[in-house]
Ligand binder design. Sequence first.
Ligand code: NG6
Ligand code: CA
Length: 518
Amino acid sequence: MKNEIKVLCIPMAVGVLGACSTVTEDRVDKPNLIIIYADDVGYGDLSVYGSTMIKTPEIDQLAAGGARFTNAYCMASTSTPSRYSLLTGKYAFRNPDAQILSPDANMILEPGSGTLGEVMQSAGYRTAVIGKWHLGVGEGDTDWNKEIKPTPLETGFHESFIIPSTNDRVPTVWVKGNRVYNWSEDDDPLRISHRERIGNLPTGTSHPEKLIYPADGYHSGTIVNGISRIGFMDGGQSAWWSDENMGLEILERSLAFIEGQKDEPFFLFMPMHQTHVPRVPHEMFLGKSDTGLRGDHIVELDYIVGQVVQTLEELQIRGNTLIIFSSDNGPVIYDSYYDGAIEDGVGHVPNGPFRGGKYHVYEGGTRMPTIVNWPDRVEAGIVSDAMLSQVDLLASIASLIGEPVPEGAAPDSQNQLSAWLGETGLGREYVIQQGVGMFAIRKGDWKLILAGETPAWVDRRHNDYPNAISTPMPSADAHSLFNLADDPGESNDLADEYPEKVEKLLSLFHEIKGQHTE
Ligand code: NG6
Ligand code: CA
């Protein structure tokens, strides 16, 4: 049967920016969709992308059976803005709240705004998010002992089981639906505070002897499971999570969701916490890489991917399930905990051939390992250099399932479905990259890093600990220009040599930035 694909054309002032892309297939499919979204996993962290000290056979298998991308980007080199862009189809810089969120942050997705989950729901999908959220919950002063609203339940997910912030932030509890999971009336009320100590629980500063490994001052708040966190917490102890079981908990609940939905189309968003600090792999994975806890954590992630695939096979829904694997930002080795990652990571190159990592605007910060696997439709063994951005997933998937993008939603999302499915090597013409305090734009092989101000804490971190990703930040006073074809490591600044290219990329950037502003 021939169905008509809805090609979305977003009218824009300048032709070159038109978001109206060609869809070569004229069919609509309703595959199950699973997005496995790793945390701080870099381009060089998987064996299929060249790692030798960390082996990821399950993820490698996923790549071998589908399409693997070499020019795929997340929006930003930190978590909140990247996941915001993925779920809204909007550049994070359009929302000033889309910055690394603090433990007590409110929800930054607007219910009913046409998020990815909402679009999938409109198309009849059953949707779930299980894993790390980091887009805020509640509004105003959240009372963690009562119903919390909004949560993912109000922004596109029928089911939600989340780490509300990050695993290094309080509260160290799961939120299931609109409530803290396992919270008991018999507990002391659960309270949190970002900056001020509350209650009498030990902190990293007051009781360093209770720590499994020390941390910097900001991560020296309340101690849970021998790990001090960002922020302070009191009460609600029955609800505290186990760090060691976190990955397997996400897995178990994901498998239960898949099993329950096997007869109707589903969308499962699995934002994993590997390999965000604090890295506490389950004991099954200890010593399973040659790079200590960070690598072991990635081996755990690989196992989880394998289990998901195996379950799909057992349920005989593997063929019609589209799995997208990627990461929210580039790698970091030392990220405030002295967990041995620097010493144990010697010899491993988590950013592959690129420069920098998490927090950076260099390629290492946003060029992501990205795999698309869908046995019924995506050919096996594709390696594509099409330029992709996660901001396009919303429009691309909407097109795939024949669902219109709601009016005003996903303004930056282009329908790049054919490129995502490996059917064409032609992807985006340009991509915007957001680092902490800095922006870059890439068009073709040319990349301009705009002069900006990187906070001192980012700079310090990457220079204090010499390792594979430490590198000085780009200049704050002048733009830098690189040719990525000749210089993927961004070491040869050509801005002085090609001032006209600098000008062109600069004006393209400002033009895009100026769009969709009310
Ligand atoms: C930063 C934290 C870092 C990590 C990050 C969030 C400092 C100095 N650094 O503010 O440890 O928690 O936030 O990571 O506190 S992300 O991957 O979720 O963006
Ligand atoms: Ca991250």
